[in-house]
Design a protein around this ligand. Structure first.
Ligand SMILES: CC(=O)N[C@H]1[C@@H](OP(=O)(O)OP(=O)(O)OC[C@H]2O[C@@H](n3ccc(=O)[nH]c3=O)[C@H](O)[C@@H]2O)O[C@H](CO)[C@@H](O)[C@@H]1O[C@H](C)C(=O)N[C@@H](C)C(=O)N[C@H](CCC(=O)O)C(=O)O
Ligand SMILES: Nc1ncnc2c1ncn2[C@@H]1O[C@H](COP(=O)(O)OP(=O)(O)OP(=O)(O)O)[C@@H](O)[C@H]1O
Ligand SMILES: N[C@H](CCC[C@H](N)C(=O)O)C(=O)O
Ligand SMILES: [Mg+2]
Length: 489
């Protein structure tokens, strides 16, 4: 695409040299990936400054540079005030505004985003729509799976991905939208049709100044739905009415609000809920009718996730019988309340709870069904919210008969210091500290007796333990299986 034409979407910019004859065939923010004919965008990161890599970008064939400060280059430099924002706008144009033609559902909230997006994927597949999915575990186009580095990728990768989805005939895109992404403007340029809010509780206070700031970031998704009304293209804000923050989000948008909740007067609600150890049953009441649903997902928190997905699907016009069929087929999400079984006489569950609220929800569910003792193996991530550490430890102590505190991605922090943060001032002594996660899992499995249940929390689908800057192979499910096999031999 002609560079002047591409930049016509920007209100103001300066150039160091004429750009009329330049053709751009790629936009790139990583100098290492620049090819001949690229526009290299300099982004000031948390680790390094992209402006320092202009030389490498030019060596690799960049035809022009988009910069936020003075840089020297043998190719034209385009100066803008904010390269991240400009990149999102320019990328949308370069890829032909892909989300204008692609129905897009964004899911935000502290817990339940991944689960809700997977439920939505199942519902839209049942409705015969090819789906695209972007989130914590992976990116998917139909059945094709791609690896991801972030829950919500940067603006450039997103626009590129949506373009690919359009070219591969995706009819509905579903994505997790993290608070980091909203705050950093990664979803700038995305035209959402439905925004879903799951819940808000403490997490990420390493990044957000306080809970108010965290809530504000979440509200940006609802503000981004826009304030113009198009009868042909209705937009919806799907909001959990049982969450105390719901009214802030409702006020952030001018679009239709669809509420969901367990009791109250929500538009989509669950009544007559029957929570069992292997299944859940409830009646889903929606503006489109009611239906009894029997699913294999466990726990009240999953009823919320099902309501969130159903409320979004009903808003998009999916018939209730399709929603029911899809939910009843769902077998669970990778690493979320995932049993590890090898004919042992105690239960073992791997789950991705890594916040005080999610740990409490999952332990509450387990406690309700436990026939005997409850064990929990859990740690807290390094280089992440330090204030959640004692809270997670005390939740573990409150619900478990025996807590085993261990490491969960210490990253650049000292694992023992993280464990000290967890256990300092802790009430009670029914806990053990075993820094090595494999040893901790083997310990819990070794101790468990008939009818006990072990929850291994925090890593879920993760297949690594990150120590320093290195990710070592590690999988709770594989490790638990090995421990069980060794025990039952
Ligand atoms: C704090 C943060 O969000 N960092 C993100 C950021 O990395 P960064 O700022 O360190 O980037 P950087 O390495 O300084 O690089 C700056 C620029 O220089 C460029 N560069 C760099 C090196 C080079 O040789 N040449 C070059 O051009 C880079 O391509 C980049 O454009 O930009 C990267 C690329 O987009 C992200 O992958 C990275 O996320 C890191 C991995 C991360 O851990 N982020 C977390 C905090 C996060 O975003 N989490 C949320 C929520 C998770 C959840 O709860 O679900 C998420 O959405 O993932
Ligand atoms: N609606 C919910 N409310 C509270 N806890 C939940 C809910 N849904 C799931 N959980 C718990 O939170 C864990 C993470 O769930 P999930 O991966 O769906 O959330 P997420 O919002 O995508 O998390 P992340 O921020 O890491 O992407 C689950 O393993 C479960 O323990
Ligand atoms: N996306 C979350 C995942 C946390 C998972 C847990 N295993 C940890 O490493 O803290 C984060 O990066 O904060
Ligand atoms: Mg997620």
């Amino acid at each position: 695409m002609n560079l002047s034409k591409l930049l016509s979407v920007l209100p103001f910019y300066d150039t160091s040299a004429p750009i009329d004859d330049i053709t751009i065939n790629q936009i790139e923010a990583d100098s290492r990936k620049v090819n001949k004919g690229s526009l290299f965008v300099c982004i000031e990161g948390f680790t390094v400054d992209g402006h320092d890599f202009v030389h490498q970008a030019v060596e690799n064939g960049a035809s022009a540079i988009l910069a936020g400060k003075d840089v020297n280059a043998s190719v034209p430099v385009i100066r803008v005030s904010d390269t991240s924002k400009s990149m999102a706008i320019v990328a949308s144009k370069f890829y032909g505004y892909p989300t204008r033609q692609l129905p897009l559902i964004g899911v935000t909230g502290t817990n339940g985003k991944t689960t809700t997006t997977y439920l939505l994927e199942s519902i839209f597949n049942q409705y015969n729509r090819k789906t695209g999915l972007i989130g914590t575990i992976q990116m998917k186009i139909g059945d094709e799976v791609y690896p991801v580095h972030n829950t919500t990728p940067d603006a450039l990768s997103l626009q590129k991905t949506f373009d690919k989805m359009n070219r591969e005939n995706v009819k509905t895109a579903i994505m997790e939208v993290s608070s980091h992404a909203l705050d950093m403007g990664r979803v700038n340029g995305c035209e959402f049709d439905i925004a879903v809010f799951t819940n808000l509780s403490q997490d990420h206070l390493d990044y957000h100044a306080d809970m108010k700031d965290y809530l504000h970031a979440k509200s940006l998704l609802f503000a981004q739905l826009g304030n113009t009304y198009d009868e042909e293209n209705k937009k919806f804000a799907v909001i959990n009415q049982d969450d105390p923050h719901h009214s802030v989000l409702e006020k952030s948008t001018a679009q239709h609000v669809v509420t969901y909740g367990l009791d109250s007067d929500a538009q989509v609600k669950a009544t007559d809920i029957n929570l069992e150890v292997t299944k859940t049953e409830f009646t889903m009441v929606t503006p489109a009718g009611s239906t009894r649903i029997k699913v294999s997902l466990i726990g009240k928190f999953n009823v919320y996730n099902m309501l969130a997905a159903s409320a979004a699907a009903v808003s998009a016009g999916v018939p209730l019988n399709m929603i029911k069929a899809a939910l009843e087929n769902v077998q669970g999400v990778d690493g979320r309340f995932q049993p590890v079984d090898d004919n042992q006489d105690f239960a073992t569950v791997v789950d991705y709870a890594h916040t005080p609220d999610s740990l409490e929800n999952v332990l509450e569910t387990i406690k309700e069904f436990a026939e005997n003792k409850v064990y929990v193996v859990v740690g807290c991530g390094g280089d992440r919210d330090k204030t959640k550490r004692p809270l997670m430890a005390s939740v573990a102590m409150q619900y478990a008969d025996k807590a085993v505190f261990t490491s969960d991605n210490p990253r650049t922090e000292d694992a023992q210091a993280i464990l000290n943060d967890m256990t300092e001032g802790l009430q009670g002594d029914h806990y053990t500290v075993i820094e090595n996660r494999r040893d901790a899992i083997f310990h819990a499995v070794g101790e468990a007796e008939k009818g006990d249940i072990i929850l291994i929390a925090g890593k879920g689908h993760e297949t690594y333990q990150e120590i320093g800057h290195t990710r070592y192979d590690f999988d709770d499910r594989i490790t638990a299986k090995e421990a069980i096999q060794q025990k039952v031999q």
